[in-house]
Design a protein around this ligand. Structure first.
Ligand code: BGC
Length: 248
């Protein structure tokens, strides 16, 4: 059983068919740049081009950096505000003429880790944090998702957490790994206090083994802390997995 997974980000839109039993991509992923301004209609046309590239007929899972309630985008951080209130499930179903399931990108990354990666078969609560341009978050109780957490938007230091501790901030402010790890530690202590998970998985580009060496040893949590198993493909794999899980 295969489902097409698509991950919409601020700079690129990428997709690939995913084998649901293994969580593996069955073809090389295909990426197109996100259209300038990232307005709904243009993004939908790019999604359509990805679907055509694979000559796809069947279910599609699509992940985006928005809160999704019953197919409707309720927030839009780091993308155009015109997404808010858009029925993205209806929009993408119409433009691709397919059965589409949509969800938040961090929720998708969480699905990938819980089903095939660092959170597989872990009982209790698992928190997945993606550290990129923003901070994405997803919480699972066993393999059940608590959707749309948006813990990257918690207030911290007169701003929101992702504007203070995301990986993009480390780059922008030219922080040393040690200085960034201090910020991340404060954030982790905060979310750990709120949710008391058994496992925290850190994802995004900084979960690559060669990056993990720079800062993981500087972090301390009561919860077990693990780097994500997937990086670039987490959104694609998780979107496909979530789409498959919906009503099946
Ligand atoms: C958005 C989230 C998203 C995260 C990672 C945040 O700015 O609010 O919806 O999951 O970035 O892309």
């Amino acid at each position: 059983m295969e489902v097409l997974g698509i991950d919409i980000g601020g700079t690129g839109i990428k997709g690939a068919p995913v084998d649901i039993a293994s969580g593996q991509l069955t073809s090389e992923r295909f990426r197109l740049p996100t259209p300038k301004g990232a307005h709904p209609e243009e993004v939908a046309q790019t999604v359509r081009a990805i679907v055509h590239h694979f000559s796809w007929r069947g279910r599609i899972g699509i992940a985006m950096p928005v809160r999704v309630h019953n197919g409707i985008a309720r927030t839009a951080a780091n993308i155009d505000p015109s997404w808010i209130g858009t029925n993205i499930e209806a929009l993408f179903s119409r433009t691709t003429d397919s059965d589409v399931v949509t969800l938040n990108d961090a929720d998708a990354a969480g699905y990938a880790e819980i089903h095939y990666g660092a959170g597989k078969d872990v009982p209790g609560k698992t928190l997945v944090l993606t550290l990129g341009t923003g901070i994405g978050s997803s919480l699972f109780v066993g393999s059940t998702l608590v959707p749309n957490l948006e813990l990257g938007h918690l207030r911290m230091h007169d701003t929101i957490a992702e504007a203070w501790a995301a990986n993009s901030v480390r780059k922008r402010e030219n922080l040393s790994w040690g200085d960034w790890a201090k910020r991340l530690q404060e954030y982790l202590s905060y979310v750990e206090f709120l949710l008391d998970p058994e496992l925290i998985i850190l994802g995004g580009g900084v979960s690559r083994p060669k990056r993990v060496r720079n800062y993981f040893h500087l972090l301390g949590t009561r919860a077990r802390l693990a780097p994500a198993h997937f990086q670039n493909e987490a959104g694609i794999i998780g979107a496909a997995c979530a789409a498959h899980s919906r009503n099946t």
